[in-house]
Design a protein around this ligand. Structure first.
Ligand code: MG
Length: 390
């Protein structure tokens, strides 16, 4: 059991990118200030750089645990919530299991309808750091603290093929395949003029029958259009269809899930099991995102999904990689069938961290080292700017 929390430090992690996530500014897209791009295809803001919020907890024995959450937009919100509310309360609480602490912190504002968004993201950062401390206090790995000790592997799927032409995208997929990575996901934006069928045809013909090829629809379709898209690509045996409709539209999600022949995948925007419950049975694959859920809610969502027969294939967002390591280990404990592999950042992140899991031969190789296994090294610390210390 970790000791009472004495110090909470919050940092922004920032790293410049040569090319923005999902590519450079396209036609009709625009920059929003110096940090952001608004994408035409789904109206969503994306960062020009890699940015997240990183958190370090220190207990009364001087032991430390690291957490991380989203910081794409307004990272100071996380620091403000910790300074004004969550930090002082966390320091008052007796040490106990991190999931019990998550419940206490959430309870502070649930009756006011603060059930998600930045509040839940802040809880996620604290929760990851608390689990890290909790597991390290007994020398256990996070997966052992969650009930499944030992090293293990999770198949990695290559996420995105950021090249300008269909033939170059196929070449990139084939280069990964030659290194043992036989699973790939393309966003709908990785296609020539929206020709998703043509993209699937190219990849299926070039990668062979055994390859798994998924598509992230990035919430861009109506239910009817999503069903039509699934029918269009059905001859090429898609692995799954991700996030086809507006994220709040549960009726549309259910409609698509019932109508299409390949599995529907949902969940990267969920924060808690309360997001999952009304969608129980809607998707055959759930994709919890550790940066939003933290470990406590990741495991609760995964547990509920398993009970309903769904697979667990966690999402991987862009950040420093602390939440990624927590996701791999929680994924191992939850028996995840695969995990997203952000191949443009995983390697550069690993260079900033001590303890990142190797990814080779098509899988993450997750060690049994204490906690979630990650601490920023000196290069990593150089990318952290202090936001708060209390
Ligand atoms: Mg997605």
């Amino acid at each position: 059991m970790h000791k009472r929390i004495e110090k909470i430090e919050v940092f922004t992690f920032e790293r410049q990118r040569k090319v923005a996530y999902l590519g450079d500014l396209g036609a009709d897209e625009f920059a929003l200030g110096e940090h952001h791009i608004v994408r035409r295809f789904n109206g969503t803001v994306y960062p020009r750089m890699d940015r997240s919020v990183v958190l370090r907890l220190t207990d009364s024995d001087g032991a430390t645990g690291w957490g991380e959450t989203y910081g794409l937009v307004a990272p100071g919100v996380v620091a403000a919530l910790i300074e004004d509310l969550l930090g002082p309360y966390l320091k008052m609480l007796d040490p106990e299991r991190p999931d019990a602490i998550w419940d206490k912190l959430y309870e502070l504002q649930r009756v006011r309808g603060y059930w998600g968004g930045y509040l839940a993201d802040t809880l996620a950062a604290l929760d990851i750091a608390l689990w890290d401390l909790f597991a390290r206090s007994t020398g256990d790995s996070l997966q052992a603290a969650l009930g499944k000790g030992g090293a293990g592997t999770i198949p990695a799927y290559v996420s995105g093929l950021p090249k300008p032409t269909k033939s170059e995208r196929l070449e990139l997929a084939q280069s990964w395949q030659s290194r043992g990575f036989d699973r790939v996901k393309i966003p709908v934006s990785d296609s020539d003029a929206g020709d998703v069928r043509g993209e699937f045809e190219s990849l299926r013909n070039g990668l062979g029958d055994a390859a798994r090829i998924a598509v992230d629809v990035h919430w861009t379709r109506t239910a009817e259009a999503a069903v039509a898209l699934a029918r269009d690509i059905a001859p090429f045996d898609p692995w799954f269809l991700e996030a086809p409709v507006a994220p709040e539209d549960i009726a549309a999600q259910r409609k698509v899930g019932q109508a299409i022949s390949c599995p529907l995948a949902l969940g990267e925007e969920w924060r808690t099991e309360w997001d999952y419950i009304p969608r129980d049975g809607a998707a055959r694959i759930v994709q919890p995102e550790m940066g939003h859920t933290g470990i406590t809610q990741f495991m609760r969502i995964a547990g509920r999904a398993r009970t309903s027969g769904a697979e667990v294939i966690p999402h991987a967002t862009i950040g420093m990689g602390i939440f990624m390591s927590a996701s791999l280990r929680a994924g191992l404990a939850a028996g995840a069938e695969a995990h997203e592999f952000q191949h443009t950042i995983y390697g550069p992140n690993a260079a900033l961290l001590e303890g990142a899991a190797p990814v080779e031969d098509g899988a993450f190789h997750i060690p049994d080292t204490p906690g979630h296994g990650i601490t920023p090294n000196s290069d990593g610390m150089a990318h952290l700017t202090p936001l708060l210390s209390i």
